[in-house]
Design a protein around this ligand. Structure first.
Ligand code: PEP
Ligand code: MG
Length: 901
């Protein structure tokens, strides 16, 4: 016969911590605590296996379950010294759900079970507290009606509210016993009339119905939703724990509380708890009374306080982690009702992990696996104060939700264009740039802003990529927002928000909120630095940064980057002193004048590279040759509109023919460069092949900068990267051109300087022919932004139009532009690596798409044998920890030996 029921009580339990899957989190820890000799009220747990059988069995209890419950109940009566249904001293029980992972508030609980018209009198006499007994009974009927009989809570609560108003009292405790007795009768009438059966008086029947209801609650709407969000399999099911009730509301020597063994906000080592004298747990949760400081318990009952502290310390040492405990004191006797690993802030997670290593409770390996890498990013940026934000949302100030593109919280006045952002920021004002989407010429405005919101675009849209790089909170694809640039307003959530009004944005959740919300400061502590240094000791995957300027490069090093994996050179073309020359280059009528314009850009580029090489001081730097289509540099939509208007005016007035001819020429060029699918158009190496003078200038600038810095005694290692290669011919031609220029510069400058030429693997075809590409390419870097776009065929700029619905319908598990699609894109990467290294064993291979800073993608990169990941500077701590975790998990899986470190 399968064992479905496990008892605990009298200092011994049949279960233990290791039986979490069978007994649920609550059940297994109650058993473990019992075995540790910690005072826990006696009880028993019905297994998840019983749930599974019940579920298979068309929701009928499996054979033997009820007999096992009867035996366990007899043992429970013995351990508690009370009898279930005894009209004098009745045993009352709680019936709780408990899955193997905690699902807070998702499933059901029934307290005070075992009360009926007879036992309530016994409870009143025994506790000498009539009011207490009737209050328990009426609460029990409400809970039972709600959870077991499926009646609406309000059907009961409305009678209580009416009673209080008739009596002229505000709070529940002011309702006298006699009134509660009458109210209980009313509640029973509600049950009888609404469920057409009288309220069950037989405690045994109550128990069976409650067990069934807790089993069923696994399929409740909110539980299903919670499981979906948290990826919990539906077949895990729930255990049910039946435990003797203890009462914290039996007078001044009783009470109840919750506590953490360390401060969950900071991680500081101190008992952090709240206590309510003469109260039941429900009162704390329901906020009926404000809990007192735990010092109050120390004053009232010093021995109990000491006992509690000793138990808390013991539990923490036993579980080797900070615990969150629930306790009740019944007439000067302490009971623990629950213990579990405590939820904690990001800062506390790191501090607790580091402190536990220093206290020799855990090793570095365990500490590194305890912290969620995503949490680390939160330590380096300001966040919106969670309470303040919640209050704002409750007050109806949520304007819109978009895709969370870059973490952090920002508050500022709304502006609609980059110039205005720069202007106001110069005056010391804080602004948030709100745009339909951004383009490269908005970069200065983005830099001047506290945060960025766009109505369109996905997680690899321009706004998202640039904001992540700058460490600015950013929300993209907020399609509830309609921007009216001309009128300088946006519409959202049925409101009109004007330029100058203040909004707050949460780049972690994608919420846009009207008016200011308080912020918390970044919390980079010594503990964080120490923790990350441990991560570096364990990881084998390199971590580089995507950085475009010397400032970004310097920041990347502060965060721990070991090189630069991607310099997007086009970002250098947009500075206000360069864009006119770039436009001159594009507009040039012939090769000679184009060359002249290109040459003017050379000194700018050379200086940029010198700055970056210096900042990286000998670390490798991968510089990508120009990638975007040229039309991006020509005119933004506003300038284009203005040119059309000006030309129309000149034509109507028939004046200034020279200006009109110039405008005609420019507009014709813009029209000629316009593409239907620019992301699949004339960009990347295609541009380098049709306008070789641009790449030649860039290669020269890189090599001249490298020689200059090398002459000054610094080590430089430029890696010149060709974008968007798809064929062997493209690779060969661009490689040869690049090498010719680089060698010529070396001869001219006489500098010994090592450099390599490699390529991005972004076009799926390139991955498939990687063996041939590697005949020339000396390194690979996977551009997974474009590769995701081309593998799925989803435009990176338009994906936000349908992605939310796809996610909601479960058609995609994640945004593939954020979390690498290992099944499809990942397969191309595997092929690319295997074939590339077939030609060139030991080929250096990285990733520089946005996935390089996402934990599951970093783990994948470790597994497939990449050399490094490259991500924005602010994501580097995430990548460092994720890389360490990937290695530790792989080692655990293969049970490789201990580290030498
Ligand atoms: C990529 O495609 O992954 C990449 C890094 O290049 P970009 O985002 O600049 O196209
Ligand atoms: Mg790309």
């Amino acid at each position: 016969m399968t064992k479905y029921v496990y008892s605990f009580g009298g200092g011994k339990a049949e279960g233990s911590s290791v039986m979490r899957n069978l007994l649920g989190g609550k059940g297994c820890e109650l058993a473990e605590m019992t075995n540790l000799g910690i005072p826990v009220p006696p009880g028993f747990t019905i297994t998840t296996q019983a749930w599974a059988a019940f579920n298979r069995n068309d929701r009928a209890f499996p054979d033997g379950l009820l007999d096992q419950v009867t035996s366990a109940l007899e043992k429970l009566e013995h351990d508690a010294g009370l009898v279930f249904g005894d009209p004098k001293r009745p045993l009352l029980v709680s019936v709780r759900s408990g899955a193997r992972v905690s699902m807070p508030g998702m499933m059901e609980t029934v307290l005070n079970l075992g009360l009926n018209d007879a036992t309530v009198e016994g409870l009143a006499a025994w506790t000498r507290n009539e009011r207490f007994a009737w209050d328990c009974y009426r609460r029990f009927i409400t809970m039972f009606g709600d959870v077991v009989l499926g009646l609406r809570r309000e059907a009961f609560d409305e009678h209580l509210t009416a009673l209080k108003s008739r009596l002229g009292v505000k709070s529940d405790p002011e309702v006298p016993a006699a009134e509660l007795r009458k109210l209980t009768q009313t509640y029973k009438d509600v049950v009888a009339s609404r469920s057409s059966k009288p309220f069950p008086q037989d405690p045994r029947q109550q128990l069976e119905l409650a067990i069934r209801a807790v089993f069923d609650s696994w399929f409740g709407k909110k539980a299903i939703e919670y499981r979906r969000i948290n990826n919990i399999p539906p077949d895990w099911g729930t255990a049910v724990t039946v435990m003797s009730m203890v009462f914290g509301n039996l007078g001044e020597t009783s009470g109840t509380g919750v506590g953490f063994t360390r401060d969950p906000r900071t991680g500081e080592r101190r008992f952090y708890a709240e206590f309510l004298a003469n109260a039941q747990g429900e009162d704390v949760v329901a906020g009926i009374r404000t809990p007192e400081h735990i010092d109050d318990l120390a004053r009232r009952m010093p021995e109990i306080y000491d006992e509690l502290l000793a138990i808390a310390g013991r539990l923490e040492r036993h579980y080797k982690d900070m615990q969150d405990i629930e306790f009740t004191i019944q007439e000067s006797k302490l009971y623990l009702l629950q213990t579990r690993a405590g939820k904690r802030s990001a800062a506390a997670a790191v501090k607790v992990a580091v402190d536990l290593v220093h206290e020799a409770v855990i090793d570095q390996h365990t500490a590194l696996l305890r912290v969620n890498p995503r949490d680390l990013a939160r330590l380096f940026v300001p966040l919106l104060d969670p309470r303040d934000k919640q209050a704002a949302i409750s007050a109806g100030r949520l304007l819109a939700r978009g895709l969370a593109a870059a973490p952090g919280g920002a508050v500022g006045q709304v502006v609609f264009d980059a110039d205005r952002a720069v202007e106001l920021a110069k005056d010391g004002q804080r602004v948030i740039l709100v745009r339909p989407e951004t383009s490269p010429e908005d970069v200065a405005g983005m830099y001047a802003s506290e945060g960025i919101v766009t109505a369109r675009g996905g997680r690899t849209s321009h706004a998202a990529v640039v904001a992540v790089g700058m460490g600015k909170p950013c929300i993209v694809g907020a399609s509830d927002i309609v921007v009216h640039e001309e009128r300088r307003v946006f519409e959202a959530g049925g409101r009109l928000v004007r330029e100058g009004e203040v909004i707050a944005i949460d780049g972690e959740t994608g919420e846009v909120i009207l008016d200011a919300v308080g912020r918390t400061e970044p919390q980079v502590s010594g503990a964080t630095q120490e923790f990350l240094a441990w991560a570096d000791r364990y990881r084998t995957l390199g971590v580089r940064a995507n950085a475009d300027t010397p400032e970004d490069a310097a920041r990347a090093r502060e965060f721990g980057a070991e090189g630069i994996g991607l310099v997007r050179t086009e970002h250098m073309f947009f500075a206000s002193d360069r864009i006119p020359i770039v436009r001159e280059m594009i507009m040039a009528p012939d090769t000679v004048s184009r060359r002249a314009a290109v040459q003017k850009l050379l000194p700018f580029q050379r200086d940029d590279f010198i700055g970056i090489f210096r900042a990286m001081d000998g670390l490798p730097v991968t510089i990508r040759l120009l990638d975007p289509p040229l039309h991006e540099f020509l005119a933004n939509p506003k300038e284009y509109r203005e040119m059309i208007e000006e030309r129309a005016r000149l034509e109507a007035l028939n004046i200034n023919p020279a200006r009109k001819a110039a405008l005609d020429e420019k507009l014709a060029k813009i029209d000629a460069l316009r593409e239907a699918n620019p992301m699949l158009g004339h960009r990347g190496c295609r541009l380098g092949i049709t306008s070789p003078e641009i790449y030649a200038m860039q290669v020269r600038a890189i090599m001249e900068a490298a020689c200059t810095v090398a002459e000054q005694g610094l080590k430089v290692e430029p890696e010149i990267m060709i974008p968007l290669t798809g064929t062997v011919g493209e690779m060969k031609l661009t490689y040869d051109n690049t090498r010719k220029v680089a060698e010529a510069v070396l001869v001219e400058m006489g500098g010994p300087c090592t450099y390599t030429i490699g390529t991005m693997i972004e076009v799926p075809r390139a991955a498939l022919i990687a063996d041939k590409i590697a005949q020339d390419a000396e390194f690979f870097s996977f551009g997974t932004n474009d590769m995701t776009q081309m593998t799925f065929g989803y435009s990176r700029d338009d994906v936000a139009k349908f992605l939310p619905e796809y996610l909601q319908k479960g058609l995609l598990p994640h945004d593939p532009f954020s979390v690498l699609d290992q099944e499809g894109v990942g397969e191309l990467i595997r092929i690319g690596i295997e074939r590339g290294r077939r030609t060139r064993p030991g080929l250096k291979i990285g990733i520089c798409g946005e996935h390089g800073g996402e934990p599951s993608s970093v783990e994948f990169c470790h597994k497939v044998g990449m050399t490094y990941v490259s991500c924005s500077p602010f994501m580097i701590p995430i990548a460092r920890l994720s890389a360490a975790q990937a290695r530790l998990r792989a080692r655990e899986a293969s049970a490789e030996g201990a580290p030498s470190a």
